[in-house]
Structure formats: structure tokens, C-alpha cells
Design a protein around this ligand. Structure first.
Ligand code: AHG
Ligand code: MN
Ligand code: MN
Length: 335
């Protein structure tokens, strides 16, 4: 079969047997995410019609209160995962605490937990710029059939079984890994089907794009300032091009295709930067490594950090391997 005609549904089934300990559960879980992605995509696409359809605080034609899109995306993903009874726990950037699913049901044998950033780059919604969803899947570490505990969620990223994102852009794509490379699927909105459009995605070894919120320059550590000056110097393939959308998913996606580095460093006003280790950095780091790229906190591998709390933040340097290594050299020089 022509690979490009492969649908995500077919791909999931074809690859099921390659998962370690495969029981079909992970396939069902990814299928549920695929479904939620389509629902959220539909909502995101309507964002520009908010004045016509009603905004936050209004009541829509079905008598439902209109919600902010990040709340709505959160609800849709949680509902879909709960209804299909395929996870034992969910943690979301939008929720203070983790959610235990069917914790009182002794027959409940699900072994996976999911962590999500339901709407990433949400400040871009109002201005018609790409946003995304990020997800991360682990096997629970506590006993099956018992309620999940915080321990199940505070696992280092290296334990991830699968991770991915959806980018709601000029077209909607779902990109994910189960630890065997990264594949990208593009939604045909007319028929609501994702097709394999980007098999085996890989970061170029190096690139010419750097992505950082340079407005924060004054607050950055000296190593980051030096690296940014290096990017801007006229030498060899530099100065690099600066590209920053403000949606991690979209900045990552572009850099993976074209070659580049994304930085969200710590600063004198945010001691661990802004991005969340569990909902943003770990899944993106897993994808980056699976796509031949690299992800670090400036000094060490993101995937090896032992989390201590659900919503912890971490500095993030991610992208083409050689570029991240170069940024780490500048950090080490100032350490
Ligand atoms: P979220 O919308 O989930 O809160 O995430 C926004 C994140 C990330 O997507 C983006 O790269 C970064 O915040 C932008 O932050 P600044 O506006 O500080 O640059
Ligand atoms: Mn986010
Ligand atoms: Mn978010």
C-alpha cells in the first residue's frame, strides 16, 4: 500500500504488535486521543466566529455556557479518556490535582496514565495563530486495580511509553511517537480522517533558526545571552533567522522540519523558566530524541530529571542536536 494513503487508524493497528507488552490498550488510548483531537480541532476552527456564535460567559443555542477554549479542550480530552475507560489516571495543566479514573472499581485493569497540555499557546487563539495540544503517556508504577497516586505521575520522562502533539495550524496535524521514531498525520477535514503525511520525521542535525522570546533578554543568564549573540554573529552560516510564534507546539514543529533550536531559559524573574516539565517539556523531549534531536535544561537531559511536583517548571533547550549542544557549551562556560 502507498504509505501516504495510510490512515492513522490503519497505522495504529499495523504497529500495535511492535509495542512491548502489547495488549491493544495503548492503541485504544491513541485512538481516543485522535477522536478528542478532532473535536477540539472543530472548536478551535470556530474561534474566529466567537462574536457570531457567542463568547465566554454567553449561553449558546443549546443552552450551554460558552467556555474558554483551553477549558473546553481540557474537558473534551478528559471526557473522551474517561468515557472510553482506557486510562487509570489523568493529569492536566488545567487541573490543580491529578484525576483518578474509576478508582473504586476493583475490576478496573487499566495500566496507563495520561498527562496533557490541552491547549498550548492559548494566547494565540484570539489572533488566529496556530495552537496545539500536547500529550504524554506512562505505564502506572503502583498496582493495577488500586487508585493511582502522585507517584504514578512523578516519573522521569525516560519512562514515557508514548507522547505527541496536535498542531491546529494551516492544516491540523497529529504527530506522535511510541518510542520507535516519530510520525506525522494530516487531517483531511472534509472527511475527518488523519493520513500519514510525514513518516519518520527527523530534526536536521543542525539548522539556522533560533526561537526564543528575546523580549526577556535582559533577564536571561549570561550563558543564554552569549549564545543569542553567537546566533546573531556574522560567521559561517550565521546570523541565524529568528522565529518565535509563542506556541511551543508550532515552534517545535517548524524547527523539526526546517532545523532549529527552541529556548525557554530561566531568568532573573522566573527561576525555572515558564514551561512545565510534565505537560510540555517531557513529551517534547521524547519526540525530539526520537526524531534525532536533543532536549536539555541547559546542562542535562530533560528526560532524566526526577519530577518532584505535578506543575513544576524547567528551563528548556530543544531542537537540532548540534545547536542544543552549542547552547549547552555556552551555558557550561558560565556555570
Ligand atoms: P500555554 O498556552 O499552555 O500556557 O503555553 C504557552 C507557552 C508555550 O506554548 C509558549 O512557547 C510559551 O508559553 C510562550 O511564552 P512567552 O509568552 O513567555 O514567550
Ligand atoms: Mn503550554
Ligand atoms: Mn495550555
Amino acid at each position: 500500500m502507498d504509505k501516504k494513503n495510510t490512515t492513522l487508524g490503519e497505522f495504529i493497528i499495523e504497529n500495535q504488535s511492535s509495542f512491548q507488552y502489547s495488549s491493544g490498550e495503548l492503541s485504544k488510548l491513541i485512538n481516543a486521543i485522535r477522536l478528542a483531537a478532532k473535536v477540539v480541532n472543530h472548536e478551535v476552527n470556530k474561534a474566529g466566529l466567537i462574536d457570531i456564535l457567542g463568547g465566554v460567559g454567553d449561553t449558546n443555542i443549546q443552552g450551554e455556557d460558552q467556555q474558554k477554549l483551553d477549558v473546553l479542550a481540557n474537558d473534551k480530552f478528559i471526557q473522551t479518556l474517561k468515557n472510553r475507560e482506557i486510562v487509570c489516571g489523568i493529569a492536566s495543566e488545567e487541573e490543580d490535582d491529578f484525576i483518578s479514573v474509576n478508582s473504586n472499581d476493583e475490576k478496573h485493569q487499566n495500566k496507563y496514565i495520561v498527562l496533557i497540555d490541552p491547549l498550548d499557546g492559548s494566547s494565540n487563539i484570539d489572533v488566529n495563530v496556530s495552537v496545539g495540544t500536547i500529550f504524554s503517556i506512562y505505564r502506572r508504577v503502583t498496582d493495577i486495580g488500586t487508585p493511582v497516586t502522585l507517584k504514578d505521575f512523578l516519573q522521569p520522562g525516560i519512562n514515557q511509553v508514548a507522547a505527541g502533539y496536535i498542531v491546529y495550524g494551516t492544516s491540523t496535524m497529529l504527530v506522535y511517537t511510541t518510542g520507535d521514531g516519530v510520525n506525522g498525520f494530516t487531517l483531511n477535514p472534509a472527511i475527518g480522517t488523519f493520513y500519514l503525511s510525514h513518516p519518520n520525521m527527523e530534526f536536521p542535525e543542525t539548522g539556522t533558526i533560533y526561537s526564543v522570546n528575546e523580549g526577556n533578554y535582559i533577564h536571561f543568564p549570561q550563558g543564554v545571552k552569549d549564545y543569542i549573540k553567537y546566533c546573531q554573529r556574522e560567521e559561517e552560516d550565521r546570523p541565524y533567522t529568528s522565529r518565535y510564534i509563542g506556541s511551543l507546539v508550532s515552534d517545535f514543529h517548524r524547527n523539526m522540519i526546517k532545523g532549529g533550536i527552541y529556548l525557554y531559559p530561566k531568568s532573573s524573574v522566573a527561576s525555572n523558566g515558564k514551561l512545565r516539565l510534565l505537560y510540555e517539556c517531557n513529551p517534547m523531549a521524547f519526540l525530539a530524541e526520537q526524531a534525532n534531536g536533543k532536549a536539555s535544561n541547559g546542562y542535562k537531559r530533560i528526560l532524566e530529571i526526577q519530577p518532584t511536583e505535578l506543575h513544576e517548571r524547567v528551563p528548556f533547550f530543544c531542537g537540532s542536536r548540534k545547536m542544543v549542544e552549542k547552547a549547552e557549551e555556552f551555558m557550561a562556560a558560565q556555570a
